[in-house]
Design a protein around this ligand. Structure first.
Ligand code: AMP
Ligand code: GLY
Length: 426
């Protein structure tokens, strides 16, 4: 099989790495890819905002299967366009991807199917916001409806601040684009969990769970990022809790989307808050998470491409995933200044030594190849990912490998997995 992967981050590097291990795969193309992916796949340029350009690429390359990494092409209908032309593609249609591309759609959908989520109101103007806020206590969460690359969720310490935030979203002052509708939501407390599943539109198969670390600073402080590190262990979710989440959240979501004539094929990522009254959905994503995918795929023992093919063909129920017991961890190295502005083009050294650490894979997020030298090209630069019998072992390996890597201003959190480690020490 010739596999085409759309995207350019650490998630796509991990997907390409897993595809390379597949016995079905003879060739991997990644568009546009990055400096690290170029070692294991042929990288070709493409604009992920341009569906026609992606179709032209498929027509030229004739891939047997396309795997979509990021949300943007999904929300623009790349899956619909590929399917119309007979190309097999793994990911949800534009209608199904609304679970991620419209927070208002997702909240109203969850309400229709009684899927546990925070109380909310959808508002389209300042007057509605004022009315709605009478029914909330501070802190309250204000969310832009559409895709906002992690910048569209604002936790507001006071109702007054919530009001101003809503105004800023409507006017375009906050995100640069004006929002037609916003979501006001109850603030939930608890630990977050990324619960990802594969679905062929009917059947649901969970992947191993993971916990992301969204804030830039140690101790979960400072602004939100795309994710600074993640871990996954066999112990982080009791089997009975996994069953509960499947039966009350993932399966009803897939059934509901089928009922609404928008069957969901692809990865359903349920972003959960594990609250005192049980798991609640914070958000859906319609794709693999980044960096969750890095930590999840290093634990996958069975063939990823075989499972994704099964989804596309509607026969996921016939396949089973096998997972390595133990743990994995991915620590992100970012550019100085991220998630604000940062420099690019800085040479990275020590990558060979870092990848020689046993049971470690260094996935590239934002790198480029410049005159045979790997240089930084993004905010999140690398995801050093390790496995181990225990979380401590996986983390030690990841940090040992990270110590070999240098670029000007390198930053990484030294406390990935801190919550889980604290629990085992108690
Ligand atoms: P989202 O993009 O919806 O996942 O939101 C980004 C982050 O904001 C989440 O990972 C949470 O840390 C936080 N968040 C979102 N909604 C809530 C909520 N209702 N209560 C508390 N925190 C939230
Ligand atoms: N790591 C969070 C996300 O992929 O959205």
């Amino acid at each position: 099989m010739k596999v085409l992967i759309l995207g350019s981050g650490g998630r796509e590097h991990a997907l390409a790495w897993a595809a390379k291990r597949s016995s079905l795969v003879t060739e991997i193309i990644c568009a546009p890819g990055n400096g690290g992916i170029a070692h294991i796949a042929r990288c070709v340029p493409v604009d992920l905002k341009d569906v026609d350009a992606m179709v032209r690429l498929a027509e030229a390359e004739q891939p047997s299967l396309t795997i979509v990494g990021p949300e943007l092409p999904l929300s623009l209908g790349v899956v619909d366009a590929f399917r119309e032309r007979g190309f097999r593609i793994f990911g949800p249609t534009r209608a199904a991807a609304q679970l991620e591309s419209s927070k208002a759609f997702a909240k109203q959908f969850m309400k229709r199917y009684q899927i546990p989520t925070a109380h909310y109101a959808v508002c389209t103007n300042a007057k509605e916001v004022e009315e709605a806020l009478k029914h909330f206590h501070a802190p309250v969460v204000v969310k832009a409806d559409g895709l906002a690359a992690g910048k569209g969720v604002i936790i507001c310490p006071t109702l007054h601040f919530a009001h101003e935030t809503a105004q800023g979203l409507f006017s375009g002052e906050l995100l640069g684009s004006t929002e037609r509708q916003i979501v006001i939501e109850e603030f939930l407390e608890g630990e977050e969990l990324s619960f990802l599943c594969l679905s062929d539109g009917t059947h649901v198969t969970p992947l191993v769970p993971a916990q992301d670390h969204k804030r830039i600073g140690e101790g979960d402080t400072g602004p939100n990022t795309g994710g600074m590190g993640v871990y996954s262990t066999s112990q982080m979710l009791e089997p009975t809790m996994t069953e509960w989440i499947l039966h009350h959240i993932a399966e009803p979501t897939i059934r509901g989307m089928a009922e609404e004539n928008a069957p969901f094929t692809g990865v359903l990522y349920c972003g959960l808050m594990m609250t005192a009254r049980g798991p609640q959905v914070l958000e859906y994503n319609a794709r693999f998470g980044d960096p969750e995918t890095q930590a999840i795929l290093v634990r996958l023992e069975s063939d990823l491409v075989y499972a994704l093919e099964a989804c596309v063909h509607g026969r996921l129920a016939e396949t089973q995933l096998r997972w390595a017991p133990g743990a994995s961890a991915c620590v992100i190295a970012s550019s100085a200044g991220y998630p604000g502005s940062y420099k690019t083009g800085l040479p990275i050294s020590g990558l060979d030594a870092a990848s020689r650490t046993p049971d470690v894979e260094v996935f590239h997020s934002g790198t480029a190849l410049s005159n045979d030298q790997i240089v930084t090209s993004g905010g999140r630069v690398l995801g050093v990912t390790a496995t181990g019998d225990t979380l401590e072992e996986a983390l030690n390996r990841a940090y040992e490998s990270m110590a070999q890597i240098h670029f000007d201003g390198i930053y990484f959190r030294r406390d990935i997995g801190h919550r889980a480690l604290r629990k085992t020490q108690r």
